[in-house]
Design a protein. Structure first.
Length: 37
C-alpha cells in the first residue's frame, strides 16, 4: 500500500490528468443519462 502511495506522489501531473479524465467521463455519463430519460 505504501509503495503505491509513494509511486503516486512521484507524478502529481498524472493524477491531474486522471482526475480530469474522470471528471469528463462523469460529466459525459450524467449528460447522457439525462438525455435518455
Amino acid at each position: 500500500r505504501w509503495r503505491t502511495l509513494r509511486h503516486i506522489t512521484v507524478s502529481p501531473s498524472r493524477i491531474g490528468d486522471i482526475t480530469r479524465a474522470a471528471l469528463v467521463l462523469t460529466h459525459f455519463e450524467h449528460d447522457h443519462l439525462q438525455r435518455t430519460q
